[in-house]
Write a protein of this length. Structure first.
Length: 175
């Protein structure tokens, strides 16, 4: 594995379903059913290095962009596994080359464990707080999955909301 860092005040982006914009740091949504790099029950935050990638990731396979709340984050993180460098260096186990597998198909249709969950287990066991990886829906874009429970000293992620515009709870979505 090759490690990277996000220097202080690195901007990250995420498009949220509006009713969940009150919890932009929770990672609970990914914990419900799992994600590409997290098992069910493991909180994970999926963010992007640019706004367009964040929107494309939110859109996924839909022809239309559903309503979204785009949030900006400020990060300072070290020791992130950097899959953008997968073809460089001899330190990558062969399993890493399977990270592009359709994890949803494997998990929900074939009922088998996605290899990316095993990779995430390895990353977490080594104490790394996240993985940088190329976007599969926006060529040239980069995503990052973060495991906030593994943030160490000097590592941080905060949502940028200086005017307090994000909702504080879900009460505005009640009928």
């Amino acid at each position: 594995m090759i490690l990277a860092e996000l220097p202080p005040a690195t901007p990250l982006f995420r498009a949220h379903t509006p009713c969940w914009a009150s919890q932009p740091l929770s990672g609970a949504g990914a914990a419900l059913r799992g994600g590409r790099f997290n098992r069910e029950g493991i909180a994970a935050l999926y963010l992007s290095l640019d706004e367009l990638t964040a929107l494309r990731e939110y859109q996924q396979t839909s022809a239309f962009l559903p309503p979204a709340t785009l949030c900006t984050y400020s990060a300072s993180l070290s020791a992130l596994v950097d899959l953008r460098l997968l073809r460089q260096g001899p330190d990558w186990d062969d399993l890493w080359h399977d990270w592009r597998e359709d994890w949803r198909h494997l998990r929900f249709e074939q009922h088998i464990e996605p290899p990316t969950w095993v990779l995430a287990d390895l990353v977490r066991a080594q104490g790394h707080c996240g993985i940088l990886f190329p976007s599969l829906v926006h060529p040239g874009g980069t995503n990052v999955v973060l495991y906030p429970d593994l943030f160490g000293e000097g590592q941080s992620l905060r949502v940028v909301d200086p005017d307090g515009r994000l909702p504080r709870d879900q009460s505005s979505w009640s009928p």
